[in-house]
Every structure is written in structure tokens, then in C-alpha cells.
Design a protein around this ligand. Sequence first.
Ligand code: TTP
Ligand code: MG
Length: 404
Amino acid sequence: MSAPELPRVILHVDMDAFYAAVEVREDPSLAGKPVIVGHRGRRGVVSTCSYEARRFGVRSAMPSVRAERLCPDAVWLRGRMGLYARESREIRKILDDVAPVVEPLSIDEAFLDMTGVARDLEAGRRVAVELKERIRSSRRLTASIGVAPNKFLAKIASDMDKPDGLVVLSAADVPGKLWPMPIRRLWGVGPKTGARLEALSIRTIGDLLKVADDDLARVAGASGARHLRALARGEDERAVIRSHEAKSISEERTYDEDLTHPDDVDRALLARSEGVARELRRGHLQGRTVHIKVRSGDYTTWTRSRTLPEPTDLAEVVVRAARELFRDRIRLRGSGIRLLGVGVSGLEPAGSGQPGLFVDPDERRARRMARAADAVRERLGEDAVTRARLLRRRDEAGSLPSVD
Ligand code: TTP
Ligand code: MG
């Protein structure tokens, strides 16, 4: 018997003509006009342009001289990065509000993993409709969204009906919609590989599936060929990762008086592990590697880590590893502890790995209880739920977890 797998529902959100659209919003007299954001002149290039300017053939990264020739009446603006970055953060807040896992790709693009929230692609479409409406009403901007069972198809889909588009691309659409697309739309096919594939008469994505393995491997290498072929079949297993920035979550605390009693040390390890595990669950993340950091009264500092067989978001699992590391790998030789930290790295979205066939029932129960406690804390505040062991603590004054 295998664990039931939820169908993946991935959204790719891409703002339309982003810099130009923000400028038009700020100055409504620009609405309906060809607007180009970029530096004019011999060495300038176009950052982006409104869809009105695209009708003349103007594109991102085009030399400005050429754009001026194609569209002599365009309004040129030099661009205001601070404004676009602030706008990006506002949009990000909306995305975070809608989706449990958001992976920003660039200033105006993100993947959203709606698996388990939207039960199928149709439900994903409804989320996309709502999201577009929220962006329109609260930011007065339009987004194009692709809805699909994986990242690659979602990204292809968001681009299929720009601007203000919404396209659902299912596995069943792959032969009819993906295969006729030019080969360069495949991720990982740049101009060089593209030209070599075209030399093999591979022009469309569908053509790629007709070529012999050896021929493809000669152009792209063995693993590259496998990768391209999977994409061409519309297959992409990559997880939506919450944020490229978050590499680890850790919590540490410095003590006014060095900890010397083993019970105090143990309570501190548990408290830090709890904080870290809670932060993991809040971010819908699990981590594989547990770290501890210990500084003694004479400022000797140790960092030790251990990788777990399975990623976790449970304090019980984190603290078990932290205790073992402390017991087996730290030699204090009589001095007390000034600083103690626990961290978890090797982060991935919760539930992105193979669901374990034999999930330990204790672990399942622990996770359920942890989630219930998280929910109570959300409602009633930080101190509403505290473990019995921590009630005896005398050293703690909660510290904020840090994410880096
Ligand atoms: P894109 O999403 O590629 O372009 P866009 O949002 O302007 O237009 P659309 O998505 O509707 O096709 O890039 C987002 C922003 O990044 C864009 O508004 C400006 C900036 N950018 C550059 O500065 N130089 C470039 O070459 C590209 C492609 C984008
Ligand atoms: Mg865009």
C-alpha cells in the first residue's frame, strides 16, 4: 500500500510589463501610450516597455537606438528601481497571504505551491482568478498566471496568454500545446544548445522526443539529455522552495551567568529546538541537518552538526540530535556555557520529499500535537502553550529565531 499522493497544483505568477506598468499607474496620462523604460542613447538598452510599444517590435534588452527607430513616438522613462522593489514587496505580501509556499524568481515572478490547498487544477484556476483580482484591486496592476502540475508547465502557461492571462496547462495538454512550441522554450536550452539541436532538425519540443538517445546525448550530455526529455514530456519534479534566501533557521541565546548544571543545559537545548521547529513549521519547511553552537565561559566556541536520515520540523527530533551532538562532540572540561544555539539547515518545503511509506505513528502524533499547539499560540499568543519541562526553567526569556 502506498501513501495517497495529492495532485500537485503549481502557479507561476508573472507581472505584465512590470516596470512600465508601475510607471503608468503612477502617471495615468501614460495609459494607452507606448512607454519604454530604459536609457536612451547609443549605449542604452531597453529594460522593458508597455504592450503598446511591443506592437512596434520593441523588446527587453534591445539596444535603445533600435527601439527609437521602431517606435519614434514612445515616451521614455529612466526607471526607478526603489519604486519597483517596494512594489515587488507589496505583491509578495499578497502572494504569501494566498499560498503556503512562495518561491520568488525575480522582481516580478514567483512560483506558488497550492498543493493540498487547491485539490485539483480547476481549483488552482479559481485561486488564480482571485489572486489576479486582488492584485488588480489593491495594486492596480495586472499579472499573468499559469496553473499546472509542475513548475516548468506553470512557467510555460503564464506566458501563453500575456498580458492579463490565465492559462491552465494539464498533463493532457502536453502533446497539443507543448510539443508544437519552439525548442528554445525548454528550460536549459540557450542559444548554443538551441542551434545544435536545430542542426539535428529538432525545431519543436515534440521533435526532441523523436531523436535517438545517443544523438541527443552528444549535444546535451547524458544527464542533460535525460533532463530535456523529461521536460519535453511535461515532467518536472522540482519542488517549489520557499525562499532562496532561507538556508538555515537557528536560535541562540547568551546567558548572563554561565550554565553549569546539566539540567539547565538540557532545558536550554529543548527551548532552542522548540523555537527552531516552530519557525520551520511556520515556513512550511523541513530541515535535514541539525547544528549546535556552544561557547564556553572562556570564549572557546564549538559548532557541531549531524545530518538526519529524514528531514524534520519536529522539536523532538531536533532536540534528540542536539543532545547527542552535545553529549558526544563537545568537551567543556569543567567550564560553563555562555552561549548555546540550535539550528537546522538543508531546508526544503514540507512534504516535498517522497512521503515515507512507514511514517512512525509516534512521529505523526507528535506532528499533529505540534500543529495544534502552533494554532493555539497563533490565537492566544506566545506563552499560551509551554511545555511542562520549560515551566521549570529559570534561564529563559524567549529569543527570536533568526533566518539566514
Ligand atoms: P519580465 O517579466 O521579463 O518582463 P515584463 O514584466 O516587463 O513583461 P512581461 O512579463 O509582461 O513580458 O521582467 C520583469 C522586469 O524586469 C521588467 O519589467 C524590467 C526588468 N527587466 C530588465 O530590466 N531587463 C531585461 O532584459 C528584462 C527581461 C527584464
Ligand atoms: Mg513580467
